[in-house]
Design a protein around this ligand. Structure first.
Ligand code: PLP
Length: 219
């Protein structure tokens, strides 16, 4: 099933939209199957899961961190991932910069936007995103490559649309500033229930879990 799911999604996606397979709770075998079917980027929320899976997996997939990152886990995250999509504080940006410097890397990052302005969600508020990026752009061992957003939890994709639209607006505004060292290249938004709408609203990276791997076990 994973193979067919990936292939049908890849057939649907416009050429300029990247697929991230959101693999939380899935086994290395399942992730391998997705890679073999054509997935180029694996999204992981948990470091330990990513580490165990990476040991077993063959092929040249890229690994993106899409979970919430705590400061004490930054060093590990920089070791394991090719991009961190969830930068939402100066403290985390600085910690990633420092760890990347020590590991002789420049880490591509996306800034997570709390597009629904929800108290319980992580991310930079929409109106603060420009100033936030200006405040971290100088860090030489990270490179801001765009924005990521979740949006409020809903199965109603039209409800999601306004949050995606707002995030795209911010993306375009920041891009127009042509900030030094900032490359506004990726707009990561949309999941299983909302990726079509996200693409209509300008996403060029979608993070899809259950439509690839099936329902996650709740525990
Ligand atoms: C789990 C997850 C997804 C994918 O969710 P689905 O609804 O299963 O497609 C996307 N983004 C993030 C950050 C996630 O944690």
């Amino acid at each position: 099933m994973i193979k067919q799911n990936v292939q049908s999604i890849l057939r649907q996606l416009p050429d300029d939209v990247l697929l991230v397979a959101a693999a939380k709770t899935k086994s290395a075998d399942e992730i391998q199957e997705a890679i073999d079917a054509g997935v180029g980027i694996i999204g992981e929320n948990y470091l330990q899961e990513a580490k165990s899976a990476q040991k077993l997996i063959k092929g040249s997939a890229k690994w993106h961190f899409i979970g919430h990152l705590q400061r004490n886990k930054v060093k590990k995250a920089v070791e394991l991932f090719d991009m961190i999509q969830t930068v939402d504080s100066r403290q985390i940006a600085e910690a990633i910069d420092e760890a990347s410097f020590k590991q002789n890397k420049v880490m591509p990052v996306l800034v997570e936007v709390n597009s629904g302005q929800e108290a319980q969600k992580f991310g930079v508020l929409p109106d603060k995103t420009g100033d936030f990026i200006k405040s971290v752009a100088h860090l030489e061992h990270i490179q801001v490559m765009g924005l990521m957003t979740m949006g409020p939890d809903t199965d109603n994709s039209d409800e999601s649309r306004k949050y995606f639209r707002r995030t795209k607006q911010i993306f375009d505004q920041i891009k127009a500033l042509k900030l030094n060292r900032v490359k506004m290249q990726y707009l990561s938004m949309g999941m299983t229930s909302s990726y079509q709408v996200a693409i209509e609203e300008g996403a060029n990276m979608v993070r899809i879990g259950s439509k690839i791997f099936g329902q996650r076990d709740l525990n």
